[in-house]
Design a protein around this ligand. Structure first.
Ligand code: ADP
Ligand code: MG
Length: 747
């Protein structure tokens, strides 16, 4: 059907005939003004304009509606932004549809939408547009600041900004900690229009960079806003905000939005628009995310994790642990055990280049990434199949962000949460927060034990012992420091078993734990004993939350390998029975010989033919409880240490001898070569100087060649050896000797 002439859009037509920048801006402003959504309204509830309706303005200067529109090209955006979007994005997501019309008109926005729902574009587009319409140029300085809680997320936002803003002429910079080029940054920061940064680095520039100022700032963005307004960043954020002009637009986005009036007051928001697009949604997490929980005693977590990894070798998996030390230990240990899939680790103690390298590698390649919570917020790794939470998250928002690393945008994903019997209260909290999570049981038949292997690793690699001890202590400390005491109670943990499960021969002393126990006037041993007693009696610990039946779609092969039982052990809906924790591995489970065990480790069998971890032989057999006897362990360790020392000495001697022989041989060779060379070059070498290997001039000492050696002693010896060869047998003598030998052979 033909449209009436007067209704034909000529915004686009005029574009083609090179609408000047100022004309375009003028039109955009009129367009935005004409279609402003009402304050407090949600554009999602406005019926979308006809998809085929002309876009822009008509000859009578009436503009097409943009509130409620579904496509980016229906929005009053500059052609530079539209071109930037074209390559990747056409249809808007809900949060984009709801918030962009408001933010384009300069309003403060608090946007909340599930993880992976496209919040980044919902603030990058308004930032570009605001500066473009303000005709921001290099001489205007900082016009926008985008703050992220982590460096990797800042880098990711910066990449997205580069893609969408590539046709604009603004300068943008990534200011994050851990980068060495802070001086270059200081020189260039004045020329930047858009800063993407972490709070610490921004504050560093505010404090240290001469003449750095943001007094003209137009628009401030806090991504993961609740995290940035959290106590951890409170001081830094207050200091930053105090240096920003109050007259500005502010956009706050997160999947778990803060509503604390106090927090928002700190940012001096003006009549902010609350746009919580998924608030009415049945679930707080992405629709395509399948979530499960499993009761796993502390001392079986690593067995369960190992078995999980072995059963999902073709998956991209993100594993969350509670601290850097945990991550380091599990990563180093599992790497040595070679599970058959590449392993990576990410934590705050790594150098920044390494962190970024790992971030990119995990984005590109299928692997297992062990991480602390630094990877829990905002990161958009493509195609993560599984999120495994080995250590319980500190609260519900933390859970939501961790699982949100999978099932992003329109992708599917799965997650599993290990809960200790003492942490099952968390399940109730998650379910109350509209998180559809179900218990499932482990397929114990496919469970592989690693505690034995870890014990051998710790003997073979003494540095691993240190890592294990640190992991042990920091884990207990992290539980001790958790705020939610309903979920976390360090005194309920099976400390001895946990220590053994990391391969440690004896339980390290934990000072804060003892203090805590003293305060409660009960000895820790007694408390731990109680724990042991109930478990020795195999009394199943009851989980408080009802368990529902869970089915997960799997390929047949996957289902066979899977350690997660769904079909085999269905638990009836509403049944108030606990997902009983599995039996303690070190005591009851039969261990198989593992072909993947580290080379050179001994396999020890018990009387029934079961394999034992090397140190289990030291366990007190009389009491039959498998607990290691400290005196025996110490004795064994001292013996091992002595043996190692002896072997080490022998090895070193042998190595030294071999090196010496090698060097002597080389020297003879070199000496011969040198003598021949000298014979040939003698005439040209008028001043007779010789450079040794270190490049020193050794005038007049041609018969001797000195080598750099490891120690003074070694050096002296070398000199003597060479001296002996060179001094005692001349070349002429050697030749004569050789000739004699030859002639005697022929005769
Ligand atoms: P969030 O910040 O809500 O967790 P992101 O902004 O990181 O989500 O977006 C998640 C993924 O969805 C990204 O890979 C992004 O490129 C993609 N995405 C966002 N908006 C759109 C859109 N309108 N169309 C297609 N893909 C989109
Ligand atoms: Mg995000």
């Amino acid at each position: 059907m033909k449209k009436p002439k007067s209704k034909k859009p000529f915004f686009r037509k005029r574009n083609k005939t090179h609408l000047s920048e100022s004309q375009e801006i003028e039109l955009l402003e009129s367009w935005i003004e004409s279609g402003k959504p009402e304050s407090g309204s949600n554009p999602l509830s406005i019926s979308s304009p006809d998809a085929d309706a002309p876009v822009g303005f008509s000859s009578d200067r009436s503009f097409s509606a943009y509130s409620g529109c579904t496509r980016f090209d229906q929005l009053p955006l500059s052609k530079n932004t539209k071109k930037g979007l074209e390559s990747k994005y056409t249809v808007m997501s809900e949060i984009q549809r709801a918030s962009i019309p408001h933010s384009l008109c300069g309003r403060d926005v608090l946007g909340a939408a599930k993880t992976g729902s496209g919040k980044t574009l919902a603030f990058i587009i308004p930032v570009l547009e605001k500066l473009y319409r303000a005709r921001w140029g290099p001489e205007d300085g900082v016009g926008s600041i985008i703050i992220s809680p982590t460096r990797e997320l800042a880098a990711q936002l910066f990449e997205e900004l580069k893609i969408v803003g590539k046709h604009h002429s603004f300068s943008a910079g990534l200011l994050i900690g851990g980068r060495k080029d802070v001086d270059t940054e200081k020189e260039r920061v004045h020329d930047l229009n858009i800063l993407v940064c972490t709070p610490g680095r921004l504050l560093q520039h505010m404090d240290e960079t001469p003449n750095f100022e943001c007094s003209q700032l137009q628009i401030l963005v806090l991504d993961e806003a609740d995290r940035i307004l959290d106590v951890g960043f409170k001081k830094a954020v207050n200091a930053i905000v105090s240096q920003l002009p109050k007259q500005r637009q502010t956009l706050l986005f997160s999947a778990t939005q803060t509503k604390s009036v106090q927090d928002l007051a700190r940012l001096s928001l003006k009549d902010p628009e609350y746009l919580s697009v998924h608030a009415e949604s049945v679930t707080a997490t992405p629709k395509l995310l399948q979530q499960t929980a499993m009761v796993v005693p502390l001392d079986q977590k690593l067995d369960m994790l190992w078995s999980f990894i072995k059963a999902h070798l073709n998956s991209k998996t993100l594993v969350f642990l509670s601290s850097c030390k945990q991550v380091k230990f599990v990563y180093e240990a599992f790497k040595k055990l070679r599970p058959g899939v590449p392993l990576k680790c990410l934590h705050g103690r790594q150098k920044q280049e390494r962190r970024m390298g790992i971030y990119h590698q995990f984005s590109e390649k299928r692997s297992v990434l062990f991480s602390t919570d630094i990877a829990s917020r905002g990161l958009d790794f493509p195609a993560v199949d599984w999120v495994v939470q080995v250590d319980c998250p500190e609260d519900v928002p933390s859970y939501i962000h961790r699982v949100g690393r999978t099932a992003r945008f329109t992708s599917v994903g799965r997650s599993i949460l290990f809960l200790m019997p003492s942490e099952t209260e968390m399940m109730a909290k998650l379910q109350t927060a509209k998180i559809p999570i179900q218990y499932m049981k482990a397929n114990t038949q496919r469970l592989q034990s690693v505690s034995g292997l870890l014990a051998s690793l710790l003997v073979k690699y003494p540095e691993m012992q240190y890592l294990a001890q640190r992991a042990f202590a920091t884990y207990l400390r992290s539980i001790y420091l958790q705020r939610d005491k309903e979920v976390f109670d360090v005194l309920k943990l099976p400390v001895e078993e946990f220590s053994a499960s990391l391969g440690l021969p004896m339980t390290p002393k934990i000072r804060f734990l003892n203090q805590k126990v003293k305060k409660k006037s009960a000895p820790v041993e007694a408390l731990l004993q109680e724990e042991n007693v109930s478990e020795d009696n195999s009394a199943p610990l009851k989980a408080k939350v009802p368990i529902k039946k869970k089915r997960i779609d799997k390929t047949k092969e996957e289902a066979e390998n899977d350690i997660l039982l769904a079909k085999e052990t269905p638990i009836e809906d509403g049944e108030n029975e606990a997902a009983a924790p599995m039996t303690r591995i070190l005591k009851k489970k039969k261990l198989k010989i593992n072909v993947h065990r580290p080379v050179g480790t001994r396999v020890i069998f018990d009387e029934e033919g079961n394999t034992l971890p090397p140190l289990a032989a030291l366990a007190d057999t009389k009491s039959g409880d498998g607990v290691l006897q400290l005196s025996k362990v110490k004795e064994r360790y001292a013996k091992l240490k002595e043996e190692m020392k002896e072997r080490d000495k022998e090895d070193k001697l042998l190595l030294r001898q071999r090196l010496r022989e090698k060097r002597t041989k080389e020297k003879i060779k070199l000496k011969r070569g040198r003598t021949e060379e000298d014979d040939g070059e003698g005439e040209g070498d008028q001043d007779g100087s010789v450079l040794d290997r270190e490049g020193n001039d050794r005038n007049g000492k041609r018969s001797k060649i000195y080598f750099n050696s490891d120690s003074d002693e070694g050096e002296k010896k070398e000199r003597k050896d060479v001296g002996y060869i060179a001094d005692t047998i001349s070349l002429a003598e050697q030749e004569a000797f050789a000739l004699k030998l030859l002639s005697s052979m022929h005769s």
